[in-house]
Ligand binder design. Structure first.
Ligand SMILES: O=C(O)CCC(=O)C(=O)O
Ligand SMILES: [Fe+2]
Length: 315
């Protein structure tokens, strides 16, 4: 509980247990905010949106989304709720704090505090808060629309991602990355998301970086936009046509950063495999099929050990 970094006042220096080995540090340099990461305007013609989502999903695996239909007020309110939550007195936060990684509803710090060698500069709340219900309904609608566009672009019949267990689970996390920017630590280490698709709401404070052609690109926060990224499960289903880009979170020198992430996952018992239209005799599958829950377990182990999480599934 006293490990929560959002409850330690005026931390000016990063404790030693957060200092990464030199090769994993973000470094002293300021990353120029990158304008290369594409922006898609969802208010455009549907057929055009399908092409754009496919193209940027293929090239970057990441994009920002404007004109998405979720109200600006709802986005601001949700970020405010997240900020207020992390500012609560420590006694109020105590009831939801848990170090058990198996619990889906919990407040925790870093990733797996007791097991990891170095800690990360982030507190997170994973909780199905009633207050956020309206937001989760809107973001679900938006995620389903994006999956529908992607399905169409991949040549699937309509409703492909709505069928069965593919999009069953929706998890939300409120994240707080306190100041300062020590350049010795990271808020979140290099990783690709495990799920289908992620919708990130961030305020004006930057920190997210995407790996592209071996270079870290710092994402410039656009007002009112969501950041969308493709997860590993979707990379497999699309047979690599869409790719899950690795990313990480740096902390910010001057302001704490608050974000809200929504992850769309298949259910644990869902069989994850390349969509049938993507494979034939000339195009055999690249990865063997697996149950999503088994992939979740190996993903955690591989990510900890710095191994590519799809490697063991390659045929
Ligand atoms: O908070 C962010 O900017 C991104 C967090 C993230 O990548 C994750 O939770 O998977
Ligand atoms: Fe992520």
């Amino acid at each position: 509980m006293d490990k929560l970094i959002s409850s330690r006042c005026n931390l000016q220096h990063v404790p030693d247990s957060y200092v990464l080995p030199p090769e994993s540090r973000p470094g002293e340099e300021e990353f120029a905010l990158c304008e290369v990461i594409p922006v898609i305007d969802l208010g455009q013609d549907r057929a055009e949106n399908v092409q754009q989502v496919l193209k940027v999903g293929q090239e970057f695996g990441f994009f920002q989304l404007t004109n998405h239909g979720v109200s600006k007020k709802l986005m601001i309110d949700v970020l405010e709720v997240a900020e207020e939550f992390f500012e609560l007195p420590i006694e109020d936060k105590a009831s939801v704090y848990s170090e058990d990684p198996k619990r889906s509803c919990r407040l925790y710090t870093s990733i797996d505090y007791d097991k990891e060698k170095v800690h990360f500069w982030r507190d997170s709340l994973r909780h199905p808060l009633e207050l956020l219900g309206k937001y989760s309904v809107e973001v679900r609608k938006l995620s389903m629309l994006l999956l529908e566009l992607i399905g169409e672009g991949l040549g699937q019949e309509s409703g492909f991602f709505k069928r069965g267990e593919l999009n069953r689970v929706q998890l939300m996390a409120l994240n707080c990355y306190p100041r300062p920017n020590p350049s010795l630590t990271l808020g979140s280490p290099r990783h690709g998301d495990v799920n289908l698709i992620t919708v990130l709401l961030q305020g004006p404070v930057h920190g997210l970086q995407v790996l592209n052609d071996g270079q870290w690109l710092a994402l410039q926060p656009l007002p009112d936009a969501f950041v969308i990224n493709i997860g590993l499960a979707l990379q497999i289903i699309s047979k690599g046509k869409l790719r899950s880009a690795e990313h990480r979170v740096t902390t910010n020198r001057t302001s704490a950063r608050t974000t809200v992430t929504t992850f769309i996952h298949p259910s644990g018992d869902c069989l994850v495999e390349p969509a049938k239209v993507m494979t034939n005799n000339h195009n055999p599958p690249l990865y063997r099929s697996f149950l999503y829950k088994d992939f979740l377990s190996t993903y955690i182990v591989d990510t900890y050990e710095g191994k590519p999480p799809l490697k063991r599934y390659i045929l």
